[in-house]
Design a protein around this ligand. Sequence first.
Ligand code: GAR
Length: 209
Amino acid sequence: MMKIAVLVSGGGTNLQAIIDAVREGKITDTEICLVLSNNKNAYALERAEKAGIPALSISPKEYDSRDKFNDAMLEAVRSSEAELVVLAGFLCVIPPKMVEAYPNRIINIHPSLIPSFCGTGYYGLKVHEAALERGVRVSGATVHFVDAGTDTGPIILQKAVEVLDGDTPKDLQLRIMEQAEWKILPEAIQLIVHGRVKTEGRRVIIAED
Ligand code: GAR
């Protein structure tokens, strides 16, 4: 059984997709041991409580420095005994100490086809606003390992989603969630838990089933 911690900031639909995938047996041999939010009002925390998963909120506002907040976050993850950390709409920067403590053991879902529309400042709806503004016909989502940069780690899975005429950022966000994010995030977790994901430099090799 692999323990995973899921870090969230908002609505938690990706968290819900993971909870559902565990229930439906699409993710096996996995226990969500902690849901951690930087925002105490995140609806994701309610989703965790409803599913009977330990949920915790740690806000940067409660600490007098970012370093102390980062240490508290790392300590919470450590004491949950998680072996894999899943960023599911977590909008805080992961500190270097945490990246070092969990090398290729932190994954993130990003709502575009990296390397488009990613990096500092690209999160949530802003990603879809930028994609529409640029006029791309295809966008999508990416699951990647977290390294010291922002959205720069090895890419595990990507899925393309069509942009339709007349899309608003919210339309595109929802289509990308439904058609890509809620599928490839649980899929990536299942692959990692079952030892099928290896890295060679920045490239990821996925072993056959
Ligand atoms: C998701 O679209 C996720 O890909 C995005 O925030 C949303 C969270 O939704 N993450 C980023 O933009 C990270 N750079 P959720 O709380 O409903 O899962």
